[in-house]
Design a protein around this ligand. Structure first.
Ligand SMILES: Nc1ncnc2c1ncn2[C@@H]1O[C@H](COP(=O)(O)OP(=O)(O)OP(=O)(O)O)[C@@H](O)[C@H]1O
Length: 755
């Protein structure tokens, strides 16, 4: 893009822009909030820039927070006797806007090179209906892309350098600039604390560094006992060795690659080393396990117990007892001690956690804010192990910490020294392709698991997710899923490129009820996995029938109701519709409504709105009083526990939630106490992170949108444990989505590579 520099700096470092005659004329905008914007002097006049930001806010292009932040910058500058620079104001609002979209900072070079895509402004969703036609027309001529087109990186840097609101971080300014990245100070600090926490740990000497030393020999012997794979390279064993050697490590892998199995073996190996260590006098490590959401914690709770019970502890050195390996998983918020109404945790630098080793599962969901808090709360020499799938969607809030840390995981980049050490400890030869004399310190602490043990070689879920992940969704793979050549995957309307929307919506509703087992090979019957026959795929009638056929009465004890709730919640987990969008007929809101009406028509639920028995709900915000976390799922029951004034049993609605620990207990909560919840026949892929369902149906809309990305499709498919069905509004959308990848702006990888 050619850009002409048409401005000059005056002594106060103001930028005078001359948009010339080509500047479109914008009609004055009515309404008390609307000051007319005359673009001829935009970015030279504070008033005009403020008016413009105001209009972007009114159109919901920017959040009030973004504009409020820009205003704050302006006030701070004025307080310090500085004439605020309109360009700094604009960049401040845009940086805040980017944080709202998950970026940790704004990269000015990207912003100027491709403003539309960098900012996604104007947004895909139509401008609010409240705008008049002339307002909307005016806005369409005031796009950030048009505005920034004549500004250069040097202009931005000069404006930022000349502002008292901006520094390189050494001063307490609200904006921080680092190379071409502009940060809100808070986010710059998060990134800094994370980078420091990692670098400081990577620099700590390891007692296992010398392969001939006693601790290294104990590690080696223990790993030989735990891993007896016939394969020449056992990546789980390599991952254990690497993670044991470092005070910070990452283990990444796709679904079923054995992250849980590996970490359990790793903890056993570390306890063996501790148990044999004379310095520790047999004292074992204090280990805690955590996950970012209640759902993810509950899932790890379920899988870890079994893996720990299978450990051959009596064959390992170090006199390890069962209780030395924890099986209880807590949420990160609980671990750190969250407090209502503040983002500060009880555990921090002044009150660190009592822990030697912390394992965080599903780390891709941890944003920069929470990750910085983890490092704050960890004692300086405590070991941190992150587990997760690097290819999944990044955290809902800002950052993509795991993804960034794993940017180089595929090729590993182990130095020859690391490779020699790994061979000495594990007896495995590290493949040449993974060795790089120029490997960075972080590379030596990242391990990728490369073999899936959950999916068989011929699994469609595996083939499809691999193809999506490697952007190799070619016609051969599409043909295979269209023709139902896999036993675990169906594309229910893959034969139509652009199916009729009404028919597709009806198809979704029918599928929601039965799960359409007849569409799968042999109607899903007789499929054997790990020597067990799998039940065929189901839809929502499965849990609703289980709920209706309970046979309990008002005299049934509470435990029987608890047991029923456990069975119904389990059955609900057997099927889930996932979609990409929130709004519109293809989004959560439209689909929930349609499916509920269809279930009502089939007499499976008593009503389709408000509260009713059978309504599944998703908690959409943390409620510390109720002990419910964002993402928890409950089901509404009619229970006969209350009494009328005359003492007769009275049906009352209560929502049953699993307790979230491994006890299987149920919490019954009155609907009126649930402030933040929504129906969950359909759930966004974003919300499904950290969950897994026996049968998952992914619904894709009839039009591409920026939310539809490779990571989203991959995350959606890999939520399916055994059965996966796809329904598309337009078959091309699947392919096009896989071609879209979101790169979140951040400087973490850069900081770590600088050492
Ligand atoms: N080395 C192995 N040999 C045989 N089976 C294994 C091995 N590692 C893992 N498994 C099995 O594969 C399945 C998935 O393992 P695990 O739960 O550890 O994977 P995960 O990566 O944590 O899965 P998820 O994607 O659910 O997080 C389990 O049934 C486990 O017993």
């Amino acid at each position: 893009m050619s850009r002409t520099r048409t401005h000059t700096h005056n002594t106060e470092n103001q930028i005078a822009l001359d948009f010339g005659d080509s500047t479109p004329h914008v009609a004055p905008m009515p309404g008390p909030e609307n000051r007319a914007v005359d673009t001829s002097g935009l970015l030279t006049s504070l008033d005009k820039t403020e008016a413009l930001l105001q209009q972007w806010q009114q159109a919901e292009w920017l959040r009030p927070l973004d504009v409020g932040f820009a205003r704050l910058i302006c006030e701070l500058s004025e307080e310090q006797g500085e004439r605020p620079n309109p360009l700094v104001l604009l960049l401040a609002a845009l940086t805040s806007h980017q944080v709202g979209r998950g970026h940790v900072c704004i990269d000015l070079a990207n912003l100027l090179a491709d403003t539309g895509n960098t900012l996604s402004l104007p947004p895909e969703e139509p401008v609010r209906d409240t705008l008049t036609e002339s307002e909307a027309a005016g806005l369409s001529q005031l796009k950030p892309g048009d505005l920034l087109t004549r500004i250069t990186l040097a202009d931005c840097q000069a404006a930022l350098n000349g502002s008292l609101a901006v520094s390189d971080g050494s001063l307490t300014t609200p904006l921080v600039v680092n190379e071409t990245r502009l940060y809100l100070r808070r986010f710059w600090r998060y990134e800094q604390r994370i980078a420091e926490g990692i670098q400081q740990r990577l620099a700590l000497p390891s007692p296992l560094a010398e392969p001939d030393s006693a601790p290294a020999q104990t590690l080696s012997k223990t790993l030989d006992q735990l891993f007896q794979s016939p394969e020449p390279v056992d990546y789980q064993k390599l991952a254990c060795a690497l993670a044991a050697r470092n005070r910070f490590s990452v283990i990444t892998g796709g679904p079923g690659t054995g992250k849980t199995t590996t970490v359990v073996n790793l903890l056993a190996a570390l306890q063996a080393v501790a148990g044999e260590s004379p310095e520790r006098a047999g004292r074992k490590y204090r280990i805690r396990l955590a996950a970012p959401t209640g759902k993810a914690a509950a899932r790890l709770n379920e899988s870890i117990g079994g893996a720990v019970s299978r450990l051959p502890l009596d064959q390992l050195p170090g006199n390890i007892q069962l209780e030395d390996i924890p099986t209880r998983v807590t949420t990160l918020h609980r671990l750190l001690g969250s407090r209502p109404d503040t983002r500060r945790f009880r555990h921090n630098r002044d009150n660190p956690l009592l822990v030697d080793i912390l394992v965080i599962d599903e780390a891709s969901m941890v944003d920069v804010d929470l990750m910085a808090s983890v490092f704050d709360a960890l004692p300086a020499n405590a070991q941190l192990i992150l587990l997760g799938d690097k290819d999944q969607l990044a955290s809902v809030d800002a950052g993509a910490v795991l993804g960034e840390l794993c940017q180089r995981a595929l090729k590993a980049h182990y130095t020859p020294e690391t490779a020699r050490w790994l061979t000495a400890i594990t007896g495995n030869q590290v493949p040449e392709t993974l060795i790089d004399p120029g490997g960075q310190p972080l590379d030596q602490a990242v391990a990728m698991l490369r073999k899936s043990y959950r999916f068989q070689q011929d699994s469609g879920i595996r083939a499809l997710s691999d193809a999506v992940n490697t952007n190799a969704l070619d016609s051969a793979v599409l043909h295979q899923i269209r023709e139902a050549e896999f036993e675990d995957v169906v594309w229910l309307n893959g034969d139509k490129a652009r199916p009729d929307p009404e028919q597709t919506q009806a198809l979704i509703c029918r599928h929601a009820i039965t799960g359409t087992p007849e569409a799968f090979r042999n109607a899903g019957q007789g499929r054997v996995l790990n020597n067990k026959e799998l039940p065929p795929p189901v839809g929502y009638c499965h849990y609703l029938k289980r709920m209706q056929d309970h046979g309990l009465t008002e005299t049934s004890p509470r435990e029987d109701w608890d047991a029923l709730a456990v069975r119904v919640l389990d059955a609900f987990n057997d099927f889930q519709i996932l979609c990409a969008l929130r709004k519109g007929p293809w989004g959560v809101e439209g689909l929930n409504d349609r499916v509920a009406r269809h279930l009502l028509a089939e007499k499976l639920i008593p009503r389709a709105e408000g509260w009713y028995a059978g309504r599944p709900v998703l908690v959409t915000g943390n409620d510390y009083n109720l002990g419910l976390m964002n993402g928890d799922i409950g089901i509404t029951f009619n229970v006969p526990w209350d009494r009328t004034e005359s003492g007769e049993p009275k049906d009352t609605l209560r929502v049953a939630f699993p307790s979230g620990d491994s006890t299987g207990a149920i919490r019954w909560i009155s609907p009126s106490r649930l402030q933040q919840q929504e129906t969950v026949y359909a759930m966004t892929v974003h919300k499904s992170q950290g969950s897994e369902f026996n049968h998952t149906c992914l619904v894709l809309p009839d039009r591409l949108s920026p939310v539809l990305t490779r990571e989203l499709i991959y995350t959606g498919i890999t939520r399916a444990k055994n059965w996966f069905s796809l329904i598309t509004g337009d078959s091309q959308v699947l392919k096009d989505s896989v071609g879209q990848q979101v790169i979140r702006a951040s400087g973490l990888a850069r900081r770590l590579s600088e050492g």
